[in-house]
Design a binder for this molecule. Structure first.
Ligand SMILES: *Cc1c(COP(=O)(O)O)cnc(C)c1O
Length: 345
């Protein structure tokens, strides 16, 4: 299917807002085009609407070209804009693996788009038949997340490739946790899959959740459409500057991600030795999905002890489960101590 037949007709026809900084990007002696206040220095100038410096650095690090990168206010904006570009409210639908990250459904609801869920297998791999049974001529987007939240596992690359080739709409792979995984990124397949979108974020391995910066990688054609639809100056100058600082620390970030993975594996074996813990699922992320004897009771016990974890026991396929982020050494020690106290109570 062509891209044009997937994009909402009003978006295809859209004449975007042209901001002053889009029209002229060179050096000038006098900037008198944007009604800014040139008598007070600081944040007085509009930022680069296309964030080209940030994209150039990120492109080098990730091995893509800058025209394949869209930057949003968190993955939140990347998720929402996907609905706004491809899904006609009240008509189109999307299919998502289940369980997965909650924002795909929230954004579907906000945009009045039907959200269909395809249960994962018991081992948290994708059930391709469940998934394609839900696809019809109005299914525009397929949501997968790898490593998946809250299950923690990376989906096999071969499964994702086969599904992305077979599905005639837009396949999104959310790679928020990719830097903790040794299973490889889908970014390398963007060239061969023109309807693939890969999402990443500065919120996890890059340790910049407060910055609110998310990334969508896709074909230059999709990126062009996203750029037309986004708010003209969606990424402010403070975020752009800080993103460049963070990207300069890429080596440190990779080293800390490796430390977190080692800490995760230590934490997993410590948890397995506790009697409240029934099972620790394999993780390719910086958190663990842990099946316990009584999730509500242990959750409340930990909360009252000042240790906050995520209770996922009412999530599909996650009965009895808590989701636990790998923290600092002190936080992890405290967690184990408090569960030991729970075991002895
Ligand atoms: C944490 C997380 C994100 C990050 O969202 P931001 O808006 O970038 O902070 C995205 N996707 C998944 C699956 C996550 O768990």
């Amino acid at each position: 299917m062509t891209l044009d037949s997937l994009v909402r007709p009003n978006i295809l026809r859209l004449t975007p807002y042209t901001c002053a900084r889009n029209e002229y990007t060179g050096e000038a002696l006098a900037w008198l085009d944007a009604n800014e206040n040139s008598r007070i220095d600081g944040l007085n100038r509009y930022p680069d609407p296309l964030q080209l410096e940030v994209k150039r650095r990120l492109a080098e690090i990730r091995g893509v070209t800058p025209d394949r990168i869209f930057l949003g206010v968190g993955s939140d904006e990347c998720i929402d804009i996907t609905y706004r570009v491809f899904c006609r409210p009240g008509i189109d639908n999307v299919v998502a693996i289940d369980p997965t990250y909650g924002m795909y459904r929230v954004c579907a609801d906000i945009n009045d788009v039907e959200y269909r869920t395809a249960s994962l297998n018991d081992d948290f791999t994708v059930n391709e038949e469940n998934l394609f049974n839900l696809v019809d001529e109005n299914t525009k987007v397929l949501w997968m997340c790898s490593p998946n939240n809250p299950t923690g596992n990376a989906l096999p690359i071969d499964d994702m490739l086969r599904i992305a080739r077979r599905f005639q709409g837009i396949t999104v792979i959310d790679e928020a946790y990719i830097d903790f995984s040794d299973k490889g990124s889908m970014v390398q397949y963007l060239d061969t899959l023109p309807r693939l979108i890969v999402m990443q974020t500065f919120s996890k391995a890059w340790a910049s959740a407060a910055m609110r910066l998310g990334i969508a990688y896709a074909s230059p054609e999709i990126i062009d459409i996203f750029n037309k639809v986004k708010y003209p100056y969606n990424i402010n100058i403070l975020t752009q500057r800080e993103a460049l600082n963070v990207l300069d620390r890429a080596d440190k970030v990779a080293a800390v991600a490796k430390e977190l993975v080692e800490a995760r594996d230590r934490l997993a074996s410590q948890l397995e030795s506790l009697s409240a813990v029934k099972r620790v699922y394999a993780s390719d992320a910086n958190f663990l999905l842990v099946k316990v004897d009584d999730a509500d009771a242990l959750y409340a016990w930990l909360r009252d002890a000042g240790v906050i974890v995520r209770n996922r026991c009412r999530v599909h396929l996650c009965a009895g489960c808590l989701r636990i982020t790998v923290g600092s050494d002190n936080e992890n020690r405290l967690l184990i101590e408090k569960i030991e106290e729970y075991d002895r109570r």
